[in-house]
Ligand binder design. Structure first.
Ligand code: ATP
Ligand code: MG
Length: 473
């Protein structure tokens, strides 16, 4: 974050566009408070792209509607019982929520919704101090009762009140914490982490859908691995994704194999770099596959008579375990299938460096990967995390070679499929020929033409053929 002053100036700019100014004035004229709040304030401070504009007010939902409806292009109820009204004004989409002061029954994560009358109270019931800031409008005064600016500067996630109470009220906040560490690169404050360790089991009362939605946001974040570490360190992963903490196999006394958990997180970091370098947006299927690619290892681990460690068929078992877990987390069927398939295929490349594959083996690799080929390329490359430079260099070169051969074969096959613009029948009809050597010559002429100039269409091909025929005499 640059200076607080610069961040405030940016916030002010955001909040003083014509549509927002109009809204702010209408709330003021009606004798109500109105403030930009939460995510957009935080993101403007961080210089991140601000997507949705959330506002809060002391007006009740009906009063909000009366103020907004006359000037909105569209408006809708997001949940009137939760006090939220959505509206569109020109280019701006806004959500306006009545101040709340929730209390929780402790058993479900459903708050007993109570509307409040003070902005400060609405802010301190929020999840993290960096999300508990508001900009009062139209005055443009920052309200930060929990010290959010300080925490933004320090890069730390802290709850406004005692974390045990906050996470106890709503255990989803623990997953939100992990997600924000991944999105913002922040760390979770020690007291909050300790509270999460204590309260991790209560994540069970949160619906699978909400859990997987947070997991999805976490995995798509720039520092997904950081978020996964928070889930594992707090014990939440044990409840929602137990296969990942299980990767922390005890390292045997000879340190024969590296820690599979650290390997998986390193692979995830590498995959995120490759994904960007190769021009892709954050891709869930890829990131899930990389995170989970070795989850078959703990169960297939075997010490051989010669003392070596093997994990036979961990690819097949891993695919099965991943499908089961992702289904349980209510990920959609296409995602589940794609992730499982990538895990099943993730070892195929390692045969390549040992002996060059035949063309047909390369074609089979491409066919088996199908639509997932690009993700399989990235997964296979990211899976090489050895610190031995000679080894990793050799494997990267082998994969370059494999990709080059795939490209060459594809090109050959495309070339093999190229036909001239006119076929034998048409050549014979145009030139009045019977089958014979001259038809073959004409066909080869047209094929050269096709390769040199691309497809020309029937009419041009016909006149070029007649020219060629006349010049031949
Ligand atoms: P993003 O929209 O980028 O995911 P956000 O911070 O806007 O991030 P939302 O889920 O849109 O998050 O929530 C809007 C605001 O509501 C948050 O900034 C926070 O102040 C508050 N909030 C959301 N969920 C909770 C929760 N479970 N407990 C307490 N406050 C919450
Ligand atoms: Mg939001």
């Amino acid at each position: 974050m640059e200076s607080v002053a610069a961040a405030l100036a940016r916030l002010q700019l955001l909040a003083t566009g014509p549509e927002i100014s109009l809204l702010a004035q209408r709330f003021a004229d009606a004798g109500h408070e109105f403030a930009l709040v939460g995510g957009p304030v935080r993101d403007a401070f961080l210089g991140r792209v601000v997507s949705d504009l959330d506002f809060t007010t002391d007006a009740t939902p009906d009063q909000i509607l009366a103020i907004v409806a006359p000037v909105a292009d569209a408006h809708w109820d997001i949940g009137r019982e939760f006090g939220t009204i959505g509206a569109r004004l020109g280019e701006e989409t806004v959500e306006i929520t009545t101040y709340r002061s929730d209390s929780y029954d402790g058993a479900t994560r459903k708050p007993v919704v109570e509307f409040g009358s003070r902005l400060e109270d609405d802010l301190t019931r929020r999840d993290f101090t960096i999300n508990a800031m508001a900009l009062r409008l139209p005055e443009c005064v920052l309200v930060d009762p929990a010290g959010g600016v300080e925490d933004l500067l320090a890069g730390v996630l802290r709850t406004p009140g005692a974390p045990q109470v906050s996470f106890g009220d709503d255990p989803l906040r623990m997953m939100r914490a992990a997600r924000f560490t991944a999105q913002l690169g922040f760390r979770l404050d020690d007291a909050a982490l300790a509270a999460a360790v204590e309260l991790a089991p209560s994540i069970d009362i949160v619906s699978r859908e909400r859990v997987s939605d947070e997991l999805r946001k976490l995995l798509l974040a720039p520092e997904a691995g950081r978020g996964i570490r928070v889930l594992v360190d707090s014990g939440i992963a044990e409840r929602v994704l137990p296969e990942v903490p299980a990767l922390r196999l005890e390292i045997d006394e000879h340190a024969r194999h590296k820690d599979v958990y650290e390997h998986s997180l390193t692979a995830l970091d590498r995959a995120i770099v490759l994904e960007r370098e190769r021009g892709h947006p954050p891709t869930l299927v890829l990131r899930l596959a990389v995170l989970l690619h070795d989850i078959g290892k703990p169960e297939t681990r075997k010490i051989e008579p010669d003392g070596s460690v093997t994990f036979h068929h961990h690819d097949v078992l891993g695919a099965k375990l991943a499908a089961r877990r992702l289904r349980e987390l209510r990920f959609d069927n296409d995602t589940v299938k794609a992730v499982a398939e990538l895990i099943r295929l993730h070892l195929r490349f390692f045969g390549y460096s040992e002996g060059r594959w035949s063309d047909s083996a390369v074609r089979r690799y491409v066919r088996d990967a199908g639509d997932l080929l690009e993700w399989l390329h990235i997964l296979s490359r990211a899976d090489v995390t050895t610190r031995n430079q000679r080894k990793s260099g050799a494997l990267a070169a082998a994969y370059d070679d494999l990709e080059a051969r795939i490209a060459a074969l594809a090109e050959e096959e495309e070339l093999a499929a190229i036909r001239p613009d006119l076929d034998g029948e048409q050549i014979m009809a145009i030139l009045g020929l019977k089958p014979g050597r001259e038809v073959g010559d004409a066909y080869r002429f047209l094929m050269e033409l096709r390769l040199d100039e691309g497809s020309l269409g029937y009419d041009i091909a016909r006149s070029r053929l007649l020219e060629w025929w006349a010049a031949r005499g």
